[in-house]
Design a protein around this ligand. Structure first.
Ligand SMILES: C[S@@+](CC[C@H](N)C(=O)[O-])C[C@H]1O[C@@H](n2cnc3c(N)ncnc32)[C@H](O)[C@@H]1O
Length: 242
């Protein structure tokens, strides 16, 4: 009856030792048990406390739910050093920390997160108190000279979510300086932050993709975030090998 195939109900998927996908909900193993960061719900799985990762508050979370590929490939390897530009109040950063570092930084990761706004830095600094390996930086994503010294070697994963015009140029410059050849770059792009030239959103996103291709980046996927974050796309790219 009804003709259609029954959709197979998948069991929970472990995307890493700290990230769990349960039906359409992401959870991370709380690195600071008992503490919610932004009012998210807490729940125990196998006796361990997890935090619900809200995809309407995090483009990384939204991207992981929307990607057509394996969501785990949007995450860095645990214990790596990574760079996050436009950290905001730390919603995504907090979940990324759970994955990358874990409680008391047992994986030995380092998450350098940059934001321009002092009020964001206040929250990030507070968050960093119980999270060794989280390094908040008050700075401009475009001014590498002011904070680049914190990253003496190139990183394998770089995420950018700065709501300001010229997002692709900021991203290309940051990848050029800080991303390893073969490394993964994620660019969350908000159409409304770009200068309006009347070309329309589809053309704008296509122009961004063309810029990335011109610089020999492999564009692995352009993830449509509408529904979680309207007028946003997440560009998942790989830097060319040297
Ligand atoms: C959409 S919010 C980031 C939200 C955050 N990524 C999250 O998922 O929780 C964008 C942030 O970019 C920051 N920003 C804008 N221009 C910037 C720049 N040039 N350098 C660093 N941060 C910038 C803003 O202060 C703001 O906090």
């Amino acid at each position: 009856m009804g003709g259609g195939k029954k959709r197979r109900q998948r069991g929970p998927q472990q995307l890493s030792s700290a990230v769990r996908l349960d039906r359409r909900t992401l959870w991370t193993l709380n690195a600071v048990p008992g503490e919610a960061v932004y009012g998210e719900s807490l729940r125990r799985f196998s006796g361990k406390e997890h935090r619900r990762w809200d995809p309407t508050r995090s483009k990384l979370g939204a991207g992981m739910l929307r990607t057509k590929g394996d969501p785990a490939r949007l995450l860095p390897a645990q214990g790596e050093t990574v760079l996050y530009l436009g950290a905001g109040h730390g919603t995504s950063v907090s979940h990324l920390y759970d994955h990358l570092c874990g409680a008391e930084n047992r994986f030995g990761g380092r998450l350098v997160c940059v934001d321009l706004a002092p009020r964001c830095l206040r929250d990030l600094t507070f968050m960093a108190k119980g999270r060794p390996g989280l390094v908040p930086v008050l700075g401009d994503a475009r001014q590498h000279g002011a904070w680049g010294v914190l990253l003496p070697t190139k990183v394998s994963w770089l995420f950018q979510d700065v709501a300001q015009a010229g997002q692709v140029d900021i991203f290309l410059a940051a990848c050029q300086r800080f991303l390893q050849p073969g490394g993964t770059g994620l660019l969350s792009l908000k159409a409304a932050s770009e200068r309006w030239t009347g070309e329309g959103e589809t053309a704008l996103f296509k122009g961004v993709e063309d810029r990335l291709l011109e610089h020999d980046y492999v564009v692995e996927e352009v993830v449509e975030l509408t529904g979680y974050e309207d007028n946003h796309r997440l560009f998942v790219v790989r830097k060319p090998e040297a």
